[in-house]
Design a protein around this ligand. Sequence first.
Ligand code: S3P
Length: 170
Amino acid sequence: MSIVCILIGPPGSGKSTVGALVAQMLGADFADTDRLVEERADRSVSEIFIELGEAHFRELEAAAVEVALEGSGVVALGGGAVMNPATAELVRRLALPVVFLDVSITSAAPRIGFNRDRPLLVGNPRAQWLSLMQTRRATYEDLASYTVSTDERTPQAIAADIVGQIRGAA
Ligand code: S3P
């Protein structure tokens, strides 16, 4: 099997939860670049940000994305991964289905509110998230083959929607 889809979107959009479900429904592998970075660095994302800095995290992330996209199944990219132009170019060049999981601050807030493993949102998570989304939305939309709103829908319903889109396009 090759890559069946790539999930992009901001923190709290449900990439990890939905990605794992899509993979399960398709009987495919699932890779999450944050987990891959953590395994390869033997540290949590937060520890990498604190001990090594964001720039170093972004290098590890770009390398992890390359590895993940050489694999198979469903791949969820960390929220900021596609802001690296080389990563965005790689995603574009592969011409695979890219799903942008869109979400409002109202739905994202409860998911990200108390999660200490999101170092970029430390301080004022709400304002940080809104600012990230404002900067990134155009890139997410530009790369997306299709956009799925995750507001007020269960992960199962979102995953079923994505599986339908993938099967419909195949
Ligand atoms: C980040 C999102 C996080 C993680 C890191 C930076 C971002 O992943 O990669 O904390 O820049 O938006 P999730 O999108 O899975 O939360």
